[in-house]
Design a protein around this ligand. Structure first.
Ligand SMILES: O=P(O)(O)OC[C@H]1O[C@H](O[C@H]2O[C@H](CO)[C@@H](O)[C@H](O)[C@H]2O)[C@H](O)[C@@H](O)[C@@H]1O
Length: 258
């Protein structure tokens, strides 16, 4: 029988059906615990095998929807290659052997330099250049967030004529992204792939940029499951954290794999 009740593993009492549903999974804060730095992320030994088994159980209808680059995700999950919407929907890799399609222009050098000038003024802040977006991490210096936000907004206003970028807030990070990309738009595109088409989407995420993905999943008749953290409180979240998400997925795959 290919139905699983999530509550058996803790987490939401959702019945997931591997033959008729598709999984869309955020990465940081959802599949893996938040770390002090982007490079410090630890991938649990069992996660790669778990995702591989889910791909089989769902006949390929499993995608990672992340703010990370596709290359980052490939590195974390090696040797597994998945369908990935990277850089908050700015890059798509629609099949394991496909090339990455960029849906936005790379951030121009002058914008990156302008942002770097802001960041240099605050020791401890990290900047991640991801091609079509820039992440400014202030986890190590939380008191600097208001200053950074004001300065980054000012910098973006200066370059607005040449680049249509917006500033979004993530988990102790400001992300500079093209206005017209989103995780939600990426889910709509992936849902058209043969492996995903006609399946009910289940999107699991923990952060602001997952909101558009939740909306897209619900628009397609699916459901949104929230993970507790800096964005969702325990009261409104469906999962206490990534460990519970992994346990829920593991229970699901156990019950759906003959
Ligand atoms: O969409 P996601 O998969 O959740 O990616 C969102 C961002 O995740 C990373 O930053 C976050 O995780 C870091 C490591 O745990 C943490 O140090 C940081 O404070 C978090 O904001 C990643 O570095 C970003 O590029 C992603 O956009």
């Amino acid at each position: 029988m290919s139905a699983a009740t999530a509550s058996q593993a803790g987490g939401p009492a959702v019945v997931a059906e591997a033959r008729t549903e598709a999984l869309f999974l955020d990465f940081d804060g959802t599949l893996v615990e938040i770390a002090e730095t982007p490079d410090g992320t630890a991938v649990p030994a069992t996660l790669v095998a778990l995702l591989g088994r889910l791909q089989v159980a769902f006949d390929g209808a499993v995608a990672i929807v992340t703010g990370r680059t596709v290359a980052d995700i490939d590195g974390f999950l090696a040797p597994l290659k998945m369908v990935v919407a990277g850089v908050h929907g700015g890059a798509l890799r629609l099949g394991a052997d496909d090339a990455v399609t960029r849906l936005a222009e790379p951030i121009a050098d002058n914008v990156f330099e302008r942002v770097t000038r802001v960041v240099r003024a605050v020791p401890g802040v990290l900047v991640e250049h991801k091609g079509t977006s820039i992440a400014v991490h202030w986890r190590a210096v939380p008191t600097a967030s208001a200053y950074l936000e004001a300065e980054l907004r000012h910098a973006l206003a200066e370059v607005q004529a040449e680049a249509d970028l917006i500033l979004t807030r993530g988990r102790r990070v400001f992300e500079i992204v093209p206005r017209r990309v989103s995780k939600g738009a990426a889910i709509a595109a992936i849902a058209e792939l043969p492996a995903f088409h006609g399946r009910r989407p289940i999107m699991i995420g923990d952060d602001v940029s997952d909101e558009s993905a939740f909306e897209a999943a619900e628009h397609l008749g699916g459901i949104a499951l929230r993970v507790a953290g800096e964005h969702f409180t325990d009261e409104i979240a469906d999962f206490r954290g990534p460990a519970q998400v992994r346990a829920w997925l593991a229970a699901l795959v156990e019950r759906t794999t003959p």
